[in-house]
Design a protein around this ligand. Sequence first.
Ligand code: IPM
Ligand code: MG
Length: 368
Amino acid sequence: MAEKMNRIAVLAGDGIGPEVMGATLQVAKEVEKRHGLAVEWKEGLVGGAAIDAKGKALPEETVELCRSAKAVLFGSVGGPKWETLPPNEQPERAALLPLRKIFGLYANLRPAVLYPELVGCSPLRPDRVAGGFDVLVVRELTGGLYFGQPKETTKTAKGERSVDTMVYETHEIERVTEVAFRAAAFRKKRVTLADKANVLETSLLWRKVVKQVAAKHPNITLDFMYADNAAMQLVRDPGRFDVLLCENLFGDMLSDEAAAVAGSLGMLPSASLGEGSFGLYEPAGGSAPDIAGKGIANPIAQILSLALLFEMSLGQPEAAQTIRHAVAGAIRDGWRTADIAASGEKKVGTQEMAKEIARRVALGTGKS
Ligand code: IPM
Ligand code: MG
């Protein structure tokens, strides 16, 4: 059973998923060698690929594979081929949301980091992001409008009526807030709650519960910001944020925005966590069907998701650091995929970027 202890479910999915996953597994092999680890990377079908092969986006055997694993390394799902299916059968809704729910992955960590060398990639004026920034969006992932009941469309005399329900209970807010405060303790010790306490009942409960949790963490500063204002501050002065805590839908939106101001979606990993060490790790960027199969996608988001997996699910922070140093070193020394290349800069493909990062992992430092 020893090897099962370190089994990771690898769900590459659709679009650029398979190519960035392949590249990432090369890096993973070097990390194992470097740190003397034995991990079993076991592939499973998910998303459109699973619909094509098995008739559904999340086959039972894939769920079983995930259950038998310490964590899931997830690629991305979805694409034009499956967009005409009924909404409930589409890869995003039929694979990703159930995975989150089944495994109780209530805390979604999305670090949006702008590396100083990539300030030119941010759509923001250089003087607003000089020196880069590092914001961690902590998004509640299994509650709110995504899952609240009732959720339905019914016929009325005049047409149709649709309802989604925003509902939160104390314990759902408490547990994700704990995650945010624990993360802040290792960062700049500041948590901002984005809410709409001027309008929403649920936001009032969020404020109340978050204040109670904050009382247990006296060394962390807490402030509140309306979500619309937070959206604005993210483009005016992203550096003012440290940990940005949000309910599910606000977190969906604000994390995309934070990612965009950080330059490229191709750089940003994420971790979805529940109780215990099990987690699902995926790039923030999605399946990017427009560039799929061309070998040009940036593998760094997937590689940094691997780093989070080593750190949070396998208890190997040194392995995670090795990966992060290798990535930072490659960026510092000018390695650029198309999404992060300034005009005139030499571009490399998915494989070349991953090879360079793997080479640095083998060396064990970010140095070339
Ligand atoms: C995300 C995505 C998903 C979400 C979609 C694909 C269902 O946008 O992970 O942010 O809305 O949560
Ligand atoms: Mg989203």
